[in-house]
Design a protein around this ligand. Structure first.
Ligand SMILES: Cc1cc2nc3c(=O)[nH]c(=O)nc-3n(C[C@H](O)[C@H](O)[C@H](O)COP(=O)(O)O)c2cc1C
Length: 191
């Protein structure tokens, strides 16, 4: 069984909904399991993530970067970083914010560099820019490549995240699950 851990933070629930979509995308791939882990719980025991083939990292963009709750998790992994314990594990990321840009790219870059520091292998979104079509219902309507982005209209409460962004998060989950399957095969060849 290939396993994908989804480590996420969410202050108000919008990013949690995306994390659920990522999990739904993961389990569309036969033989693959998904588990959601809240970042603050993962911060208390980051070694609980050691056994996953891939980690999908997700948080809202707060003040132009990862939310403090997610940063707490990042900092808590420094002991694992020291031993490069997650080297060659796959990683990917997603973020959500109130603005169309809102500086979400900076959050994805920070998630990606975090993964690079750990020696992990980053999986991008792999979807063309869906924003140039007239329909905002297209996948990747925000035109992101490093990971999945979502814009939540905060004045609409929990209905504020468009279905297209939720579907984009689901597509990321499926892509990571497929990549993890291939990665396991190559690991077997190396051993
Ligand atoms: C402390 C704080 C800082 C924020 N900073 C930004 C920001 O830099 N850019 C942006 O577009 N939205 C920003 N927002 C809006 C959130 O990203 C948005 O409400 C998001 O949907 C929250 O996700 P959550 O429900 O998972 O917490 C901020 C919200 C808060 C509470």
């Amino acid at each position: 069984m290939t396993s994908v851990g989804i480590v996420y933070h969410s202050g108000f629930g919008h990013t949690a909904a995306l994390a659920r979509a990522v999990a739904e995308g993961v389990v569309t791939v036969p033989g693959t399991s998904a588990r959601m882990v809240f970042a603050e719980d993962a911060a208390g025991d980051p070694h609980q993530l050691d056994g996953y083939d891939a980690l999908v990292l997700g948080c809202p963009t707060y003040m132009a970067g990862p939310s403090a709750g997610f940063k707490e998790f990042m900092d808590a992994t420094s002991g694992i970083w020291l031993k490069q314990g997650w080297k060659d594990k796959l990683a990917a990321g997603f973020t959500n914010s109130g603005g169309y840009s809102g500086d979400k790219l900076n959050t994805l870059v920070q998630l990606m560099l975090f993964a690079m520091q750990h020696g992990m292998v980053w999986v991008g979104l792999g979807l063309p820019d869906g924003g140039s079509t007239s329909a905002s219902a297209g996948l990747n309507r925000l035109g992101s490549y490093a990971g999945a982005m979502a814009k939540s209209d905060v004045d609409l409460g929990m209905d504020g995240t468009p279905e297209s962004d939720v579907a984009t998060a689901e597509a990321l989950g499926r892509r990571v699950a497929l990549a993890a399957l291939r990665w396991r095969v190559s690991e077997r060849v190396e051993k």
